[in-house]
Structure formats: structure tokens, C-alpha cells
Design a protein around this ligand. Structure first.
Ligand code: 1CP
Length: 358
């Protein structure tokens, strides 16, 4: 292995945690669960910790990022922490003009639309990743045998923000660019792939026991464009960390038609959004692929009985795959009652009185 000797996966006991075992194709007695966006606005302790600090500033303040990462683990007893950061943090480290605007998301001072702009994108100096490494070190020190999941935005999703200049619904501009100016697109996708690979490597070397590549907006692409203009770059980002041997999760939304291609990109675990049942995902991917997902976030606020029945159904459909990492089918909505998330973890762990029999 290329992991440092003191890495939690080698000497810290995370290798035998239910989360890592499930990501590696095993079925531990208790199904492991974590929630995308488990850190964040659903937690009053998060809102308090963030008071007066901008989002990107919080991401680059190691003590604060570590504290926010740990909050949902303490509160909910989830089986993994997800590193508190954002997919645009590497753009900030590259010195680009980017901000995260409350209620809106990442906004760029300049949109990247020409070959000249893309050719001038800078290399990120290695030392720029130091606050990330420090935050990860502080986090894993306190997590003990609970694994930390690191992450990066996939080339298409990050490039979509760079080309649009901010959040968009249909991602038309990057989808047009890959056809109108395929060379400029390839250069941009290559830059974001290299950046994602380095962001993942920094988190792994500092102590992350698994990583997730978020291609949240890949579902806006037809499969032919995905395979030709996106997959090679996502594969590049995933290949950049293959030698560490940590499980790599690949997730996107609206990706029912893309799941086999997303696996081919080099994923060890495929994340499924809430639109596609897990047994159908297992059929499309073959039963040997570990799956992650896919409780519908909309049902978190639909009443406990409705949510419980849905969660039990998700667990049962997840049995079609070799192993199952329980998660939502996308992020926790900001208005979610956190006590519902805790109760859901208890249900999945078999601590609820009406937990399903295993
Ligand atoms: O002020 C705030 O609290 C801002 C809200 C917020 C938070 C808490 C943003 C802005 N990002 C984050 C943290 C974050 N982002 C995490 C770590 C926390 C956790 O998961 O517990 C992660 C993994 C992300 C990743 C991320 N950022 C994605 C991929 C995941 C997904 O939800 O699909 C995406 C698309 C982003 C961009 C982004 N950052 C923030 C927002 C509101 C958005 C989405 C904007 C849009 O709709 O385009």
C-alpha cells in the first residue's frame, strides 16, 4: 500500500469498521449509514459554529472544519464522517475568484469560456493544500475507528460552475462547449480532473479512509456525451488515487442511464440517487457492485411511519447487491429536523423498536 504507516486504514482500525467493510463488498451485521450533507444547516450546532464566518473561510480554518465534520457523528452516531469542505474549495486554492453565496451556492467572479482563459489556469502549489491536510489530521485524531470520507467534485460538475459562472439548472453552457469547442472543453476537463485528483490525494494522505467523487450534475448529459467528454476525466481523477487502495465511491443525480459508465470510470462503490430503486441499479450494474443509497430526502419530512416504511424498502432492495452502504439519494435538505435523522440511523442500526429483522 502507498498509505503512510500511521494512516487510520493501516493502524487506526477503520479497515474493520462496518462502513469500510461494506464499501469493500462485505455485509457487516449492522448496515453502515452516512448522509450526504450530514454536516450543515440542519444542525443548530453547525449554525452556531458558522456564525460570522463565510463558507469558504470555514472550510480553510482547520479547527472549525474538523469540529463541523465531527458534529453529525456525535449527534447521529453515523458510521462515517464526511469531510466538511466544498467541491469549489480547490478553485479557491488555485487562486480563482470564487465565493459561496448563502442560499445560492458557488459563484465565480469570471466565467471560464474561452480556450485562452482555460490555458491560463494556474497549477495549485502543494502548500495550498496544507489547511486541508491539517483539518483532516485533526478530524481523524478524534474519530478513532470511525472512518472519514474525503471527497472532490467530478470534472463535469466543477467545470459546470466554472463555465456557467454559478449554479444553473440545465448546464447548457458546458454541454454546448464540449461540442462547439471540444479542445477547450478537454483542456478544462483535464485541469479539473488533475485538481480533483490532488484534492483527493491530500485528504487520503492526511487520513481519509474512503473517498467520494461527486458528479452531481452528470445526469444532465446523454450517455454518448458522458462517455466521450466526461468519463475519461472522471476516470483520470479516480485513477490518481487508485494506488492508495482506499474505496472510491462515484455518485451523481439523475444518472440511472449512466450507472454502468460511472462504474467503468473506476468506482469501487456506485452511489444511486433516489430516482432509481437499488434492485434495478443492481440489475444494471451486476450484483457484484457495492451500492450506496438511496433514501428519498423528500421523505425525511413526510412523517415517521412513511419514512420508516420507505427506509425498510430501501434496505430490502439493497439486498440485491453484494453489499450496501445506506445513504440518502441526495443531500440532507437544510430544513430537515435533525431528530428524524438520528431516529433513522437507529432504525438502520436495529435500535428502533420497529427495526426490520435481519
Ligand atoms: O453557508 C452554508 O452553510 C452553505 C451550504 C453549503 C455546505 C454546508 C455549501 C454550499 N456546501 C456545503 C458543504 C459541502 N458541499 C459538503 C460537506 C458537508 C457534508 O456533506 O456533510 C459537501 C460534500 C459538498 C459538496 C457539494 N457542493 C456538491 C456535491 C454534493 C451535492 O449536494 O450534490 C455540490 C454540487 C456543491 C456545490 C454547492 N455548494 C453549496 C451549495 C448550496 C451548492 C449547490 C448549489 C447548486 O445547486 O448548484
Amino acid at each position: 500500500t502507498h498509505l503512510p504507516e500511521a494512516h487510520p486504514l493501516r493502524s487506526g482500525g477503520t479497515a474493520s469498521s462496518p462502513m469500510i467493510r461494506a464499501m469493500c463488498g462485505d455485509r457487516p451485521e449492522t448496515p453502515p449509514v452516512w448522509f450526504m450533507r450530514q454536516a450543515g444547516r440542519s444542525l443548530p450546532e453547525y449554525r452556531e459554529a458558522r456564525e460570522g464566518t463565510g463558507m469558504l473561510e470555514a472550510c480553510l480554518t482547520p479547527e472549525l472544519a474538523a469540529e463541523i465534520t465531527l458534529q453529525p457523528v456525535r449527534r447521529h452516531g453515523v458510521d462515517a464522517a464526511i469531510f466538511f469542505s466544498d467541491i469549489v474549495v480547490p478553485l479557491k486554492l488555485a487562486g480563482l475568484d470564487v465565493d459561496i453565496v448563502p442560499g445560492r451556492g458557488p459563484v465565480m467572479g469570471t466565467a471560464y469560456r474561452t480556450a485562452e482563459q482555460i490555458a491560463a489556469l494556474p497549477e495549485i502549489p502543494d502548500s495550498a493544500f496544507d489547511p486541508i491536510r491539517e483539518a483532516v489530521r485533526l478530524t481523524v485524531e478524534q474519530l478513532g475507528g470511525t472512518p472519514l470520507i474525503g471527497f472532490a467534485g467530478a470534472p463535469f460538475t466543477v467545470a459546470a460552475y466554472m463555465v456557467e459562472g454559478g449554479p444553473s439548472r440545465d448546464h447548457l453552457l458546458p454541454r454546448t462547449m464540449m461540442h462547439r469547442d471540444p479542445e477547450a472543453w478537454a483542456a478544462l476537463a483535464e485541469w479539473t480532473a488533475r485538481t480533483a485528483g490532488r484534492f483527493l490525494a491530500a485528504q487520503i494522505e492526511a487520513g481519509a479512509s474512503a473517498v467520494q467523487l461527486f458528479d452531481s450534475w452528470a445526469g444532465s448529459l446523454p450517455e454518448r456525451d458522458y462517455r466521450r467528454h466526461v468519463l475519461p476525466y472522471s476516470a483520470q481523477a479516480l485513477a490518481a488515487v487508485e494506488h492508495y487502495g482506499v474505496p472510491r465511491v462515484h455518485f451523481g443525480t439523475g444518472t440511472g442511464e449512466l450507472l454502468p459508465a460511472m462504474k467503468e470510470a473506476g468506482a469501487d462503490v456506485v452511489g444511486v440517487d433516489y430516482r432509481l430503486d437499488l434492485d434495478e441499479a443492481a440489475r444494471r450494474l451486476g450484483p457484484d457492485t457495492p451500492l450506496q443509497g438511496n433514501i428519498d430526502p423528500a421523505l425525511l419530512d413526510a412523517g415517521w411511519e412513511v419514512l420508516r416504511e420507505h427506509a425498510v424498502d430501501v434496505l430490502s432492495r439493497g439486498r440485491a447487491a453484494v453489499s450496501h452502504v445506506v445513504n440518502l439519494g441526495h443531500g440532507v435538505p437544510p430544513g430537515t429536523d435533525p431528530t428524524v435523522l438520528t431516529r433513522l440511523v437507529d432504525l438502520i442500526h436495529g435500535r428502533e423498536p420497529d427495526a426490520p429483522e435481519r
